[in-house]
Design a protein around this ligand. Structure first.
Ligand code: DAK
Length: 258
């Protein structure tokens, strides 16, 4: 695919947005290629995804400002739908997605990282929602996901002021889980992905579903969702394997995603 590379290492898939000349900005082609990369993930084999940016400087420097500049109302709406559909697809993708943020994560770049389950970043990462300085609102979920992740007070400050924050501040406010030197970022992402991939895949998927769906509803509805997800794990090979290993005092577990 032109602007997006997809490779696998065992049960881990790595998607790289690779348009370094434009700091990996999201134009329509990148969004199409990203969609195609997600289509290509073999969910029978892959248990965790990593999303990162090509080059050493940028994760994603936002939606493509050049492409947006001339859009009319219909074109703007079509672009908005295309982006939002993909971001929602990442958020509800059946397996966990880790954003390995290796530089600029501005506008749509910050937003795509927030549609991932977990964010870790390099020490040169820069996060921000600069849209109000461009005369628009965040449009790929920034007003919604940032407030949910870091609280409305900090989200409002960042969005209204359009200020960028460095990796250490992103860590302090809980936007990222960890910060690494650039060269250690991808190895750390792979290590975390492998740890996730070693657990029972059906259980991990049900956890993602329960957390994501539970965040949208009341605690009572959320715990009902949790009960349903818990139930879904039973009668599976992997539930018998996981509990069997404990009862037999066996360290090795053979989870087969069934
Ligand atoms: N779009 C297009 N090209 C970009 C770009 C972007 N967002 N960011 C960088 N580039 C391009 C530059 O134009 C330049 O191209 P050439 O001039 O070499 O052809 C190349 O990448 C290198 O950039 P710089 O020369 O500027 O590199 P610097 O290191 O000096 O600066 C920078 C890096 C990231 C600080 C700077 O490039 C910058 O400020 N970029 C713009 C960042 C930004 O404002 N991002 C937010 C974009 S707005 C919506 C949906 C979505 C959105 C909104 C609404 N609806 C559904 C309603 C999303 C909006 C956004 O994401």
């Amino acid at each position: 695919m032109g602007y997006v590379n997809y490779e696998t290492e065992g049960a881990v898939g790595i998607i790289t947005i690779d348009r370094p000349k434009a700091l990996n900005a999201l134009n329509s082609e990148v969004l199409d290629d990203l969609n195609a990369a997600l289509d290509g993930v073999d969910l029978d084999v892959i248990r965790c995804l990593i999303l990162t940016g090509g080059g050493q400087k940028s994760f994603v420097a936002g939606a493509d400002i050049g492409e947006m500049f001339d859009l009319d109302i219909a074109g703007g709406e079509a672009f908005a739908h295309k982006g939002n559909d993909i971001f929602l697809r990442i958020e509800s993708f059946p397996i966990p997605v880790i954003a390995a943020v290796n530089g600029f994560a501005l506008g749509g770049g910050c937003e795509i990282s927030m549609s991932c389950d977990i964010r870790i970043c390099s020490d040169n990462a820069l996060f921000g929602q600069p849209e109000v300085g461009l005369g628009i609102t965040p449009g790929f979920g920034g007003t919604q996901r940032l407030a949910r992740l870091v609280g409305s007070g900090i989200a409002k400050e960042l969005i209204y002021s359009a200020k960028n924050i460095k990796a250490d501040e992103a860590y302090r406010i809980g936007l990222v889980n960890a910060v690494y030197p650039q060269e250690e970022l991808l190895p750390a992402a792979k290590k975390l992905a492998s740890k996730i991939a070693a657990n029972a895949p059906i259980a991990v998927r049900q956890c993602k579903k329960a957390i994501n769906e539970g965040l949208q509803v009341s605690i009572k509805e959320g715990t009902d969702i949790e009960c349903k997800c818990f139930g879904e794990c039973f009668e599976t090979h992997d539930q018998k394997e996981g509990m069997g290993a404990f009862l037999e005092k066996r360290k090795e577990k053979n989870f087969i995603n069934k």
